[in-house]
Design a protein around this ligand. Structure first.
Ligand code: BMP
Length: 276
């Protein structure tokens, strides 16, 4: 995959339904922005999503931090995804044996597989984590991201661990659509003499994006959309607090202004990257 290929060109070559839907949404709405909505009550959660909906291709959730989670909330979330034309990514970070993650994905209070187009997993258990999740997600046309790197200071996901994450993804290209990482993963993990499969094209979604600050005092590290998309070749910027600030002082217009600011920065960085 050369860095000049457009989202539309790449969509035409994908086989996973969630990857195609995501790339088509990015292309149609001209946004590579994913907003991460990490708030603890459903009123703020839905208000932020309704406000940022027009500016995003994807909404990232941590539904386990919602104090008043219920099925009605999920129905509202799905309605908003249809109203504003975005996909849903539950940032669950599965990390257990195949049998357990399949149960966690399909069942329990959250029933993630029933509403999240995309979820993610730590590759720490090895390929079985993907096998377990694929047994649930593939028949439902879902997609999985592997955490190949993290944005935090001192992250252990680097070097050989990252190489192995990419190797696992290569053996499950029907379900693994890409990575949570900080840079393109093209060529990573190839052993001497190995070449990349001609149709390989993993998406890279990058958290740790901020325009105004460099960190949060708890290990998070921020880079700008240009550093992430133009310099490091990532495909989607994931932004949380940079957009909604402090939820206790929620100001819908300010949130929308920030969402548009990040959307434009991410899109301009993409246009600069694909320019031939
Ligand atoms: P914020 O932009 O407010 O720092 O939020 C970042 C979001 O991305 C959080 O939901 C966090 O769980 C997630 N995330 C991250 O920050 N770094 C990673 O490496 C992986 C993540 O999922």
């Amino acid at each position: 995959m050369d860095r000049h290929q457009t989202y539309a060109e790449r969509s035409a070559k994908q086989t996973n339904a969630a990857a195609i839907q995501l790339l088509d949404t990015i292309d149609r709405k001209k946004t590579n922005l994913c907003v991460s909505v990490d708030v603890t009550n459903s009123k703020d959660f839905l208000a932020i999503i309704d406000a940022v909906g027009p500016y995003v291709c994807l909404v990232k959730t941590h539904v386990d931090i919602l104090e008043d989670f219920n099925r009605t909330l999920v129905e509202h979330l799905v309605q908003l995804s249809e109203k504003h034309d975005f996909l849903i990514f539950e940032d669950r970070k599965f990390a257990d044996i195949g049998n357990t993650v399949a149960l966690q994905y399909f069942s329990g209070v959250h029933r993630i597989a029933s509403w999240a187009h995309i979820t993610n997993a730590h590759p720490v258990p090895g390929p079985s984590v993907v096998k377990g999740l694929a047994s649930v997600g593939l028949p439902m046309k879902r997609g999985l991201l592997l955490l190949a790197e993290m944005s935090t200071e001192g992250a252990l996901a680097r070097g050989e661990y990252t190489d192995e994450a990419v190797r696992i993804a290569r053996t499950h290209r029907d379900f693994v659509i890409g990575f949570i990482a900080q840079r393109r993963m093209e060529g990573v993990g190839l052993r001497p003499g190995e070449t990349m499969h001609p149709t390989e094209d993993f998406l890279v979604l990058a958290p740790g994006v901020g325009l105004d600050v460099k960190g949060d005092g708890m290990g998070q590290q921020y880079r700008t959309p240009r550093q992430v998309v133009f310099e490091s070749g990532c495909d989607v910027i994931i932004v949380g607090r940079g957009i909604y600030g402090k939820p206790e002082a929620l100001d819908v217009q300010a949130v929308q202004a920030q969402a548009e600011r990040y959307r434009k920065a991410g899109w301009d960085a993409y246009l600069e990257r694909v320019k031939r």
